[in-house]
Every structure is written in structure tokens, then in C-alpha cells.
Design a protein. Sequence first.
Length: 255
Amino acid sequence: MKRTRFALVSCLFCCAAAPLAVADVRLPALLADDMVVQRDQPIVLWGWADPGEQVTANLDADRASATADAAGRWRIELPARPAGGPVEITIAGNNTHTLHNVLIGDVWLCSGQSNMEMKVANAGNADEEIRNADHPQIRLFSYPRVKAIAPQEECPGRWSVCSPQSVGNFSATGYYFGRELQPAIGVPLGLIHSSHGGTPAEAWMRAAALDEVAAMKPLLDAARAEADEWTSGRIMAAYNAELETVTNYLACSIN
């Protein structure tokens, strides 16, 4: 009996001494080392934390805070800046993220079908193009090829500095565009690649836009009910999985 009582008291003591679990501040894949943020516009930062948790962002002397809502979402805007960098952005709540080697310039979405999807490695003169792809003022972000029936808050992907090691799997059209534009305008470029060969236009449209087209109603109903796998894989699927996740970030697009 004494042994049981001692074990119970020990357990209660350990539980009382243990810290309460808290959720870490979490960032989307787009907010990471080596990213480019849009010049001359407020710098938008967003993510997730505990409901009610205060999250603070710092960029040099600029500082702003937000409180996570009931769903744990938070959004912060830092003042607009001209082109430049690299800089560091710190985002802190219960934990801290420091985003390194961030540039400020123009961000472009490279989207479309097979012409945009073709990789540099599969383009003409690929070996020479890859060998000469040393462009530290250009940053590359690629989404995997995914689809979704409902709008998503997050999608995998990663930023990388444009280099012979990173460019081979990137969109050839997107890369050639950035390679010509960046030295011409003299500011950093962020290229975000999101393309699916063979997709129809409605795959890249949000539900609110499709709702305005009466002829799309049967397809929308089938997609929303997930009753038709073929339809569900086409209508809204690319927008929901990829473009929805980038709406806080973009300024320009090519397609």
C-alpha cells in the first residue's frame, strides 16, 4: 500500500513539474531561407500558432505583431521596402524562426501547361545552360505536382538560389524569362513554378469564378461531392492545391 501511494505521489509531482505543451509557430514553405519578397509593397508574413498566441516579426528596425485567431492563423505586414538585400527576417512566438539570405525584388509566378512544365534539363543545349546558371540574384521555388478539391493553406516546396545544382529541374521557360529579365532591370527575382501539362483552364480557376458560369455547375457539383474522380482531378484542382497557397505572396505572373 505504501509503495502504491509513493508511486502515485511521484507521478503527480512529475506531472505538476512538467511544462504545459505549446504549439510552435509554423511557417508555410514559401517563407524560408533564400526567398524573395516583393519590393515596394508591404511584406506579408503568415502562418500558424496556438490560438491567442502573439507572434512578432522583425526586419532590421521594422517590427510588427499579430495574435493568432481561434483557428491558430496569424498574418503580419511589415513596411514596404525598395529592392535590395540580403536581409534577415525574424518571426517569434513560443519559438523563433530566422529567415536568412532574403532578397527584396520582384516575385513572378510561372504557371501553365506543358510548355511551362518542361525542365531546363530537357531543353535545347541543356548542358551548357545548366553549367552557366550561376545567378545568385535569382531564386527558384517549385511546387510538386499536386491537386486538391478544397482550397489548401499549405503546399510543399522549397526556395533555392539559382545555380547549376538547382536549375536543372526548374521550368525552362521560367528560367529563361528570369535570366533575361534580371540583369535588364537590376533587381532580384523570385520565380515560383506551378504548372501541370495537359490541364484545362478550369483547373486553375477558383470556385467563386467558376460559380459565375452556369455551364460549369454540373462539374462543380460533382467535384464538390468528390463523386467523379476524373472531374475532381481537373476542375479547381490546381488552383486549390497550389495557387491558393501563394495568394498572400504574389505580385506578377507569366503563363
